[in-house]
Design a protein around this ligand. Sequence first.
Ligand code: NAD
Length: 256
Amino acid sequence: MLKNRVIVITGGAGLIGQEFVKVVIKNGAIAVIADINTEIGKKVKKELSKKLNTDNIHFIKLDITSKKSLKKCIDKLDKKFGKINAIVNNAYPRNKNYARSFFDVEYEDFVENLGLNLGGYFVTSQQFAKYFQKQGYGNIVNISSIYGVVAPKFEIYEGTKMTMPVEYAAIKSGLIHLTKYMAKYFKGMNIKVNALSPGGIFDDQDPLFLSAYKQQCLSKGMLNKSDLAGTLVYLLSDMSQYVNGQNIIVDDGFCL
Ligand SMILES: NC(=O)c1ccc[n+]([C@@H]2O[C@H](COP(=O)([O-])OP(=O)(O)OC[C@H]3O[C@@H](n4cnc5c(N)ncnc54)[C@H](O)[C@@H]3O)[C@@H](O)[C@H]2O)c1
């Protein structure tokens, strides 16, 4: 479904990013891990290349919060491949005070985290869209979250050290609206912009939380990262040609 397409995945070295690299490779694409962490990025590239027996995985260092780094990245990719088909905005920058409980969040931290994350997704989309506009086509997929769609269900964190950060709610809901804004702004440019909002992804969380989370869902509860694969491929492929400005929620019914 993605044969020979050049697909850039920001945060491609992380939990969900690695899975996205796998699935685009399995669908015939050229995957670019664009991550700030060179050491892990190179390691992931090596391991996945071996596992999937492919030469089509590339690593490029990228800081999504820096216009300079973005320009350098786009320039390098253009020189190497002569085209970029899609950007998956999936990186997860946050500062050291991210995810404090509501009354402990300082104004400076709130603003910094919004800047790093939502601001980073904005400037990445802006710079790639500039390239897409010249190229005559392009595709942007923003990874949002169920918590960009519904208010937190705080009760599922009771008895654990976990919470749902206020910064996250602002970032992810903002991203869904930014998706619509950009889709409409790019009218006539042949650039598609959609969001994918995953439910919680299983990563050995506290069993108390896992069980409370599952009660809010329809069958499985927390998802495996591979459960997002079909929707990502759909959004990156021609199957979704006229799907634009949408948010697809993959959450086993958690938001209902
Ligand atoms: N894990 C979940 O349960 C879940 C659920 C819903 C949505 N999401 C979303 O999925 C996306 C990926 O989450 P994850 O859990 O895989 O995160 P993760 O922390 O495992 O990985 C994030 C990656 O982003 C990279 N990164 C951080 N700052 C960067 C920067 N400035 N520039 C480039 N790369 C940078 C990190 O090095 C890391 O490799 C995020 O947008 C997150 O909000 C995650």
